[in-house]
Ligand binder design. Sequence first.
Ligand SMILES: *Cc1c(COP(=O)(O)O)cnc(C)c1O
Length: 469
Amino acid sequence: MTNSNKHNLLKNLPGVDHLLELAKKDDQLMDIPRSVILDSIRKALDRTRKDILSENIEHPITDETILDEAGILAQDKIKSRLVHVINATGVVLHTNLGRALLCDAALKNIKTIAQSYSNLELKIETGKRGIRYEAVDELICELTGAQSAIVVNNNAGAVLLALNTIAKDRQVVVSRGELVEIGGSFRVPDVMSKSRCILKEVGTTNRTHLKDYESAVSDETGLFLKVHASNYKIEGFTASVALKDLVLLGKEKNIPVMEDLGSGTLIDFSKYGLPPEPTVSDSVGSGADVVTFSGDKLLGGPQAGIIVGKKHIIDQIKRNPLTRALRIDKLTLAALESTLSLYRDEKKAIRQIPTLRMLTLPFKEISKKADLLFKTIKKDIGMLADIDVADMNSRPGGGSFPALNLPTRCITIQPKDMSVSKLELHMRLSTPAVIARIEDNKYILDPRTIQNGQEAIISSNLTKILKKK
Ligand SMILES: *Cc1c(COP(=O)(O)O)cnc(C)c1O
């Protein structure tokens, strides 16, 4: 292309105003906000100019081709960034996929409270100012046996707040086996310094004894802290100090004891064939002064950090100015109250709280789900891939049940004319995105976390991808 050809093409490009007028009359574009379409038209024109200069032109440049490109850019800009995905990983508490799914009761209550005024901080009986946490603190105490409770934004916040309240400028004694990193930059030593506490490590990575805590005590000691190793397991030659023994030492030395339970469950999972996880009531019953845990891990509720413990300490926490900075909003409170209420009847909780239901799903139910998924997929793409069922394991995830595998029955797919990694990629990029894993060069769908009705969507996405290639 000669320079004068290029010059002509550039000169004949339509103007922004002209394209904007056309966009106003275009069915696809007329509802897009003006600022977005204007920006997209400018970008499309810019790109066209660059294409002309680099002679990268595949078809004639018209108003329509530029407007088409602007339309694609604009649609991309206004589409939702936070979207629902299908979790076919079998990981029930998947932090990257939003952890716990809320129960219907929580959703209903969120809607009610969100759409109307509420008594969030009003005592209806007296007409006086009320306390935001009162909606749940009695309920939490009832379910855990604690004297008092408060709820903040998340468990990381709960730990920060409790440490800062109880042991500011003092030493906090922690076993070296419990200096946990949860991921996403929550590391016990860092939280310690942000709470203005001084970390005093005791024991070794694999073994810590009561005498280690005992010999660490000085005038500077403000707290004994136990941290639940929620995402790893130390095996072999190990020893750690039971909470109740640490509580006895604390009583003797007049030092408070706190436990960060991480996941913190309200029910005993061993009744449902899972390994025992310490319950919040266990920790409270052992005499810990403060216990913290998450709202959206094993509890199966909204993101929150729950602090339970002795009344005089919770009162102190309530007075800490940090509490205001970490406070939960009314929607979380609504969801939390509804979720917690279900725990008054454990059977109901297991049936209605999705996290509990998925974790305790009997194998018989999983294989029924697997059969249904298998049949649907086989019917749709049986010609395009080798499809099978295989008994495998799913992981609970989300810092719960470290090192536990839950028996499950998965669907395995091996496309005939496409690589497994390409299938995984396209399933991830499809709408809705399907998140699954690859094992032994097979695409694996774990029915444990696939919700009712999603089988057909998965199958139709698979069909589109494999037919198109
Ligand atoms: C998950 C976890 C946290 C952080 O809780 P969030 O609710 O995610 O803030 C803190 N401590 C332990 C031991 C955990 O497992």
